[in-house]
Each structure stands twice: as structure tokens, then as C-alpha cells.
Design a protein around this ligand. Sequence first.
Ligand code: G6P
Length: 364
Amino acid sequence: VRIDKAGYKHFMAKEIAEQPVVLADALRHYTRSGALNLPDGLDFTGIERITMVACGTAYYACLVAKYWFEQIARLPVEVDVASEFRYREPPIPGGTASLFVSQSGETADTLAALRYCRDKADRVWSLVNVPTSSIAREADLALPILAGVEVSVASTKAFTNQLLLLALMALKAASQRGHLDAAGLAQALDDMRRLPGLMNQVLTNEARIERLGDRLAEAQDVLFLGRGALYPLALEGALKLKELSYIHAEGYASGELKHGPIALIDRNVPVVVFAPHDGLFEKTVSNMQEVMARHGQVILVTDPEGARLAQEGTAATLILPEAPSLLAPILYAVPAQLLAYHTAVAKGTDVDQPRNLAKSVTVE
Ligand code: G6P
């Protein structure tokens, strides 16, 4: 199949815009009339912990999943980057399921980590976008994320579909382990069906994010902050910005602000804060106020209630639709991607093929 930009300026823009559609496709495939439709081989019986291994953006998807599995399924999760995992040769106790997440399914370090676990872990599962890939073939069970071909070096729709699958897996684990009853599961799946529509609403706000990108393009350094399952989104926002626009960016857990990055804050440092109005909102807002007291330029990304309570004094507030907390990390991926995209476009960098980067890292 010939893949073209379908009228978009870049593959990345096209792939960002495709997210509601490919999310809906994957949801249809992996659910059936209010229930999960995941393969039987994805069985959490006898599993006491999960080890997740990946690189780059896929690694951040795993970090989000850790919050979900631990909170919803009460299942401990360890997450590691593949290049560290493979050489550390960690012990793999009985009762471990290992999960390897990779868009391409060919990342050399992730594949080596999978091979390390092959004869040690109780289960060897993979989550891939390319079902014929090595990481798919060498796992006991490979779940395709069904995002369609991703061309842009920076991963976008693969990330959100990885998150969707990881959320569905966490719901299955929660059900099997007795932490979620049928009604709770049906409710969570109902919520998930709202996701493509919510994402479309965020995408209609793109012009506003484009103007913020013009402003970020002037910056030398940008900080991203988040808490809980939004912390990995801060990491992903910073990764995207640095790879596409070559602006130095760091993602931090909001609570770590005072253990270092606050020293960087002055009126020239934009700070992007991901803060939906959830149980951690007030904590994040108090960190945000510490930034504003030092004249940092806060770009608050929140929902209507969060904006009502905390937008005063921010340089800009981006209002996303109110969403169930399970969905927030998936929804907040979109402004993270669009901010990086529009900053890069404003700077005139090569968005789809940033310097020094490769889509698939098949050598060490
Ligand atoms: C490269 C790409 C990233 C990707 C990472 C992991 O660095 O530029 O977009 O997240 O590899 O790739 P994988 O195919 O294993 O998900």
C-alpha cells in the first residue's frame, strides 16, 4: 500500500489527526457488547507482578500503565528501558508476566530484553503495531495495537493506541483479580467509547495550540510537569518537543520541582503543566504557583473546572473537555503532540524526519 500525506503538510499532522479513528477501530476490535474481547492467552491467573520493557515513547506508555495496573488491578508493575534492563540481568521471580511494547517490533534492545525473559518469565507478551515483526513473533502472545502504518519518526497514534490496549489489559487484570465487577467494567468501557469524540474536540482546538507553538518556538528551555498518570505525559511532552524542535525540554513529576528544576525558573522559561481536575489537582496547582511566584510562564493544560479554579496568573490556559480519569493520559497526549508539532513548524525544522533520529532503532 502507498501511504501518502492525504493533504496534510506532514505525516505527523496526519497521524495526530487519525487518532480518534484508529482508537475507535481498536476499541471495536478488542471489546464486544459491553465486555472485553482480549485473547484468552492474556491470562493474569497466577501472576503476581508485571515487568514492562520498552524504549522511547513506548516506554512512557508503560509508565502510564504502571499507574493503571497498580491502582485498578492492584498488580505491582516494574517498568524499565530496554537498554538498561537487558544488561542489568534482573532476577525474574516466579509469577512474573513480562510485556514488551514496541511500535515497530524491531527495536534491538527491546528484542534482546524479550529474549532474556523467554525462558525465565511465566508469560512473555508483546504489544506491537507491526504484527509480522520480530517482537511479535518471538513472544508467546502478541497483541496488535491496530494503529495503522506510522511514518513520522516521532510516534503519535501508536502511543495513544498502546495506551488504549494497556488500559484494556489493566481492566482485564482487575476483573480477573476481583477488583472490578461486571458493572464497573461496563462503566469503564462506556467511558472509553467516549474517547474518540473527546479527542475530536481537542483536535478542533488546534488553532489555539498553534499560537502557543509560535510562543514556545522562542524558548531556550521548556519544563513539563504532571502528577500521577499525567507524570509520564510530562515526560512524553518534553521528549516530543526536544526531538522535533531541538529546544531543550525536561519532564518532571510536579512534586520533584523543588528538588532541582525550580532553580531554572525565570521569566524566560515556559512551564507546561498537565493538570486535569482530579484528586491530585490541588497539589499540582500549588507547584504551579511556586513557578508563577518566580515569574515562570505557565501554560496550564486542564479541563473546565481546573481552568475555573486555577487559570488566574497563567500565561495561557488550554481547556480540554472534562474526561473520566482513566482516559486523561490518553486525551492529554494530543496537546503534548500538537504543542511539539506546531513549535517545530514555527521553527521550520524537519518534522517528520528530525536530525539524528531514526524511526526504528535496529542497532544498539
Ligand atoms: C525511536 C523512535 C521513537 C520510538 C522508539 C521506540 O526512538 O524515534 O518514536 O518511540 O524508537 O520504538 P519502538 O518501535 O520500539 O516503539
